[in-house]
Design a protein around this ligand. Structure first.
Ligand code: MN
Length: 438
């Protein structure tokens, strides 16, 4: 676990990109998230700074980096994704962060030199098209929020909400990588089998219980060899950073198909991720203790150490907003549906990585490990409509007078995240957006 703060985290750092100094920006110089800018014929790696994107390949001549890192930037252009950079591992990403921080800083010689390149290395964020930042080889979705597990469990098994394995083994399933799309992509309502009543045969047609799931995704940096588990203490060394994930879910299809092997077509039609990867280095000031109460059983030794107990959590505030087509037509602002915190997760990120590889399973650069729906203890912090409207029994009232139990065609789901702490500069994740089409 790398928690050390350095020069790049200093709250008083300022950038010569003026918009990065605004208190409201998600992308001050203390953040420096990685993404991919779509350009004619491909995509180029970049770093968000204020309302601009630093084009890493254009900035190559002014970046003080080892040749293997510069070569990886070229390889990212060739691949149209960040995977070659991620494959170099955390130390190289740390080096890149330091070099970019130096280059974008106001009042340094490196900064002055870069500033003279001006618009040739910066692209305005508004109007830029952002590509899927990674080529996702594999996608795993966990179930790490105990409040989510309890809520969903209590709807379906009132007497036995939390299954006996929950506090022992991080639950997950293998998701579909090919249908991971970037923020802004429209999501087609899936058709599938559902059974409305236990006494009737199933029918096939468009899902009528389409839902979002608010999740945090971890992007793998360098992976592990097949057969070589990653120990808990080393787990975070294999994670490049975090993004937002919307794990779209068709609850009616899910309810009928999930036994006995788990989610399948109810989930595989689309998963949206936010375009910026906020590095674990940028998140170092926002680490918190894991939440597992001392009255709960201690995790098995391979999932337990002092460091993870003390600092395994991330204090990230997460929000979901919803806007119907009619709200947009009437000029209404999106409705805030929930606010929660990633700090409430029962299983830590390091535990998820250590568990995933504990059988020797190999992770590869660009793999996506999603947390599972992030829900807290209060109604306002429930991270999906299934919980937020309690299976549709407590519909949400939109400002237009429309009601929502589940998502309707034209609905836009917007997820946001940010980190704040006294004495530190606030950083944000940008947005993860998707509109449902019929
Ligand atoms: Mn999920």
């Amino acid at each position: 676990m790398t928690l050390a703060l350095d020069e790049s985290h200093r709250a008083d750092l300022r950038s010569w990109v003026e918009s990065a100094n605004a208190s409201t920006t998600d992308f001050p110089i203390q953040n420096l998230p990685l993404g991919c800018l779509r350009v004619e014929g491909g995509a180029r790696p970049g770093v968000a700074i204020g309302d601009r994107i630093l084009d890493l390949s254009a900035a190559r001549p002014v970046l003080a980096l080892e040749s293997r890192v510069l070569d990886a930037i070229d390889a990212c252009v060739a691949e149209g994704a960040l995977n070659p950079l991620l494959a170099l591992g955390r130390p190289a990403l740390h080096q890149l962060r330091a070099a970019v921080s130096d280059l974008l800083r106001a009042g340094t010689s490196a900064g002055e030199r870069a500033r003279s390149f001006g618009d040739s290395i910066l692209v305005p964020l508004s109007g830029a098209e952002l590509a899927l930042p990674i080529r996702v080889g594999d996608y795993t979705d966990f179930y790490a929020s105990i409040d989510h597990a309890r809520n969903v469990g209590s709807m379906f098994r009132p007497d036995n909400a939390l299954l006996p394995n929950y506090k022992w083994v991080p639950i997950g399933y293998h998701g579909r990588a090919s249908s991971v799309v970037t923020s802004g992509s429209s999501v087609r309502r899936p058709s599938g089998q559902r059974r409305d009543e236990a006494t009737s045969p199933p029918t096939f047609g468009p899902s009528v219980r389409l839902d979002y799931e608010l999740e945090v995704g971890a992007i793998i940096a360098d992976g592990n060899a097949l057969g070589a588990p990653i120990a808990l203490a080393a787990a975070e060394q294999h994670v490049a950073g975090l993004c937002l994930v919307n794990d779209w879910s068709a609850r009616d299809i899910q309810a009928w198909e999930y036994q006995p092997l788990g989610p399948f077509l109810a989930k595989s039609f689309a998963t949206t991720i936010s375009p910026w990867i906020v590095t674990l280095d940028a998140l170092a000031p926002f680490r918190v203790a894991a939440v597992r109460p001392s009255s709960d059983p201690a995790p098995l030794p391979y999932l337990d150490d002092e460091e993870d107990r003390a600092h395994g959590g991330f204090d990230i505030t997460l929000e979901v907003l919803l806007s119907s087509r009619r709200m947009r037509d009437e000029g209404q602002r999106p409705l805030n549906v929930s606010v929660g915190s990633f700090a409430t997760m029962y299983w830590t990120l390091a535990q998820l990585v250590a568990h995933h590889t504990s059988n020797g399973c190999n992770l590869r650069p660009g793999d996506l490990l999603a947390s599972g729906t992030v829900s807290g203890a209060t109604k306002e912090s429930r991270g999906c409509l299934l919980e937020r409207t309690w299976r549709g029994t407590e519909p949400l009232a939109l400002p237009t007078g429309e009601l929502r139990r589940f998502l309707e065609d034209g609905d836009e789901v917007i997820m946001r995240a940010s980190c704040e702490r006294t004495g530190q500069r606030r950083i944000g994740f940008g947005e993860c957006r998707g509109i449902v089409s019929g």
